[in-house]
Ligand binder design. Structure first.
Ligand SMILES: Cc1cc2nc3c(=O)[nH]c(=O)nc-3n(C[C@H](O)[C@H](O)[C@H](O)COP(=O)(O)OP(=O)(O)OC[C@H]3O[C@@H](n4cnc5c(N)ncnc54)[C@H](O)[C@@H]3O)c2cc1C
Length: 360
């Protein structure tokens, strides 16, 4: 038997954030990942503290942003690669009314640090933006695809990542810990993203899932230096390449790309870009979304050694360090979780017969 402190299921942003905090505290772990979910890899990777539709603050924006720079910097130092690119984000205004809404919001104390009070005039003839842009500050983009693949390679080389499906029926929960195949552990944390739907211990939680599609396109001569947000994000990748995203679909949970998704993205892009667009790549992922838009973090209602770290929705880059720190402190130091992210808020969904079916 191999003895570890933690078993982790899932090696997306959530699983990686957990590996990092465990390593910092000299805890031992092994990770299982079967590559079934792609949300973290296909993510546009943007982090920004303002909801750009309504000009309202993101939940716990200040607290989350405080942890972002050091979290990604440590990963960059460990893996000798750059992942975190900081730049202001331009929000294209579609009307004078929107400009006014921006300046009203930018006066509010919680938003003032993040919303520039100067209107940016458009100087790019290939972009249609007669009403100019508002600039969001303290924003950036994490190159998540490179982060996930590099981190997984790092773990694999250390013998800490098993590229295998976790078989829930092989988990044995005991009074003094748990065992799974050749591993004994003190606790297990499930960080499977939308894969949680197959987890018999936690699938009572209301994870709804939202499919997102993104394109990589070539637009010769566009010359954008900073990302623009209008109906879609346009993020410069260099060499005339841009990431364009994303769609939001609550109904379709299939993993394949759709012509409808591609057409929606291209229509929105063509409404403000005046140059021909060549599609290079088209990908999808299912965001682990929750109806109340808060993460799903905490301990199983029956088996105290089982935990969940999920529900990062459309903002995993910012939420991952914040939610993971809370989970770690609750397990290791008995610090209470914030009510808004604790899965105890869904205890009314746990059926007694569901618990007895799990055995004892
Ligand atoms: C198109 C799109 C664009 C997005 N853009 C942004 C953005 O700009 N900014 C932002 O912050 N967020 C964005 N997101 C959201 C972000 O991707 C998610 O919040 C985040 O990636 C969720 O991370 P996770 O680790 O919880 O889940 P996932 O990334 O889904 O990782 C779960 C992992 O668990 C593994 N797994 C599942 N079940 C099992 C099992 N039984 N056995 C073993 N392994 C298993 C999967 O293979 C996967 O690797 C976007 C998402 C999409 C789809």
């Amino acid at each position: 038997m191999n003895e570890v402190d933690y078993i982790i299921v899932g090696c997306g942003l959530a699983g990686i954030a957990l590996c990092e905090i465990l390593s910092e505290h000299d805890k031992t772990f092994v990770v299982f990942d079967n590559g079934s979910q792609q949300s973290s890899s296909v993510a546009a990777g943007m982090y920004n503290p303002v909801i750009l539709k309504r000009f309202t603050p993101v939940w716990r924006a200040e607290e989350q942003l405080k942890l972002v720079p050091s979290f990604y910097k440590k990963l960059e130092e460990k893996l000798h690669k750059t992942f975190d690119y900081r730049f202001p984000l331009k929000r294209r205004f579609t009307s004078i009314e929107e400009q006014n809404q921006w300046f009203t919001a930018a006066d509010k104390p919680r938003l003032a640090p993040f919303m520039d009070l100067e209107l940016t005039i458009n100087d790019n003839p290939n972009v249609d933006a007669p009403h100019g842009f508002g600039t969001v500050l303290h924003t950036g983009r994490v190159y998540t695809e490179a982060l996930i693949s590099t981190y997984q390679k790092y773990l694999r080389e250390k013998g800490l990542l098993m590229n295998d499906s976790f078989k829930y029926d092989q988990l044995e929960v005991k009074l003094d810990g748990l065992s799974y195949q050749s591993y004994k552990a003190q606790q297990i944390v499930f960080a499977e993203g939308y894969g949680l739907k197959h987890n018999p211990f936690f699938n009572y939680l209301p994870l709804s899932g939202n499919k997102g599609e993104v394109l990589t396109v070539r637009i010769k001569g566009l010359g954008l230096k900073e990302p623009i947000k209008s109906g879609v994000f346009v993020i410069p990748l260099g060499d005339d390449l841009y990431r364009v995203g994303a769609t939001y679909n609550n109904h379709d949970k299939l993993k394949d790309t759709t012509e409808q998704g591609k057409a929606e993205l291209l229509d929105k892009l063509n409404s403000f870009i005046r140059l021909p667009v060549e599609v290079i790549d088209h990908r999808t992922g299912i965001r682990p979304t929750v109806k109340d838009r808060r993460p799903l973090v905490g301990q199983h209602p029956k088996y105290k050694q089982l935990y969940v770290l999920n529900g990062f929705g459309s903002r995993g880059v910012m939420i991952a360090p914040y939610a993971t720190k809370q989970l770690f402190n609750s397990i290791e130091s008995n610090q209470p979780l914030e009510d808004e992210l604790d899965i105890k808020r869904f205890e009314n969904l746990v059926q007694e017969d569901f618990l007895s079916n799990l055995g004892s």
